[in-house]
Design a protein around this ligand. Structure first.
Ligand code: CP
Length: 307
């Protein structure tokens, strides 16, 4: 692997290699001194042209845990604001001898575009509504830690599927791993063509919850819609909010709740569910650092020294 552009571009073997490497990175993160010299001399540029709390900071922490040098570039503090193109910006960053470029951008396939034009490795940290591969990989690691073998598991993904890069990457990942997937949401946010992924579709929340081992909840992406996909937030809450009452009524006793964040509390997920015993949400965030350490390490091409 030279780049990580999407789950579509990688094999099950690649995924397993990343997950196994992430498991060994977790040992580093559990040490008193949570840092290894493995990537000394490697430089990573984090270009985030959309807001981020989890992805940006877990990449940054992952890079620092591996002793890589890092530089952060946001749209508002770059010369893109003065009219420079994305490619010119990245080529100039690369001219400073950067080895790996992590990019989050609102335009789908922008990481692919860059990967064909620069020599540095490119990691997709979310490209519009297209893919968010590192999120899917940290989700898979969190699921494996909880359930072991994922084959035959019943997972539902509930919410704004249409605008969700997380949903696309997660569907592609879980299909490779033999998971049975049900998508659930209002028909305007869940087009029928998603059936082409080989998943079940329901517009009924009860069907999205009954018999599921994992209920993966997505937020309504207000920034990617113009208000015409749902009549009102209140109506969405009435029919699709995952609450304690709904779980008690329909869910398996040991159901696991996941969410990529940021959570819109009281909209797609009730606060007592987000914080309750079902929730794996903060474990997902913890695993994000290990998965990103694994990806940066594997793309760097540097052999692991004895530690
Ligand atoms: N899950 C996720 O991508 O969160 P951020 O937008 O905070 O990075």
């Amino acid at each position: 692997m030279r780049h990580l552009l999407g789950i579509e571009e990688i094999t099950l073997e690649d995924m397993n290699q990343i997950i196994e490497t992430a498991k060994s990175m977790k040992f580093v993160l559990e040490r008193k001194i949570k840092k290894v010299p493995t990537l000394r001399g490697v430089t990573v540029a984090n270009l985030f042209f959309e807001p981020s709390t989890r992805t940006l900071n877990s990449f940054l922490i992952a890079e620092r845990r591996l002793s890589a040098d890092t530089v952060n570039i946001s749209k508002s503090f770059s010369s893109v604001e003065k009219g420079e193109t994305l490619l010119d910006t990245v080529k100039n960053i690369e001219a400073m001898k950067v080895d790996i470029v992590v990019i989050r951008h609102s335009v789908p396939y922008s990481p692919h575009y860059l990967s064909e034009r620069i020599n540095a490795s490119v990691i997709n940290a979310g490209d519009g509504s297209h893919e968010h591969p590192t999120q899917a990989l940290l989700d898979v690691l969190s699921m494996i830690e909880k359930f072991g073998d994922l084959r035959g598991l019943n997972v539902s993904i509930i919410g704004d599927i249409l605008h969700s890069r997380v949903a696309r990457s997660l569907i592609l990942s879980l299909k490779k791993m033999g998971v049975k997937i049900t998508l659930c949401g209002p028909s305007t946010l869940l087009p029928e063509y998603f059936q082409n992924y080989g998943v079940d579709i329901t517009y009924n929340l009860k069907e999205g919850i009954v018999d599921k081992d994992i209920v993966y909840v997505l937020r309504i992406q207000k920034e990617r819609q113009d208000g015409c996909f749902i009549p009102s937030l209140n109506e969405y809450i009435k029919y699709y909010s995952v609450t304690k009452d709904i779980l008690k009524k329909y869910a398996k006793k040991d159901v696991v709740i996941m969410h990529p964040g940021p959570v819109n509390r009281g909209v797609e997920l009730a606060p007592d569910v987000a914080d309750g015993p079902w929730s794996l949400i903060l474990q997902q965030v913890t695993n994000g650092v290990a998965v990103r350490m694994a990806i940066i390490y594997l793309l760097s091409g540097i052999p692991r020294s004895e530690e």
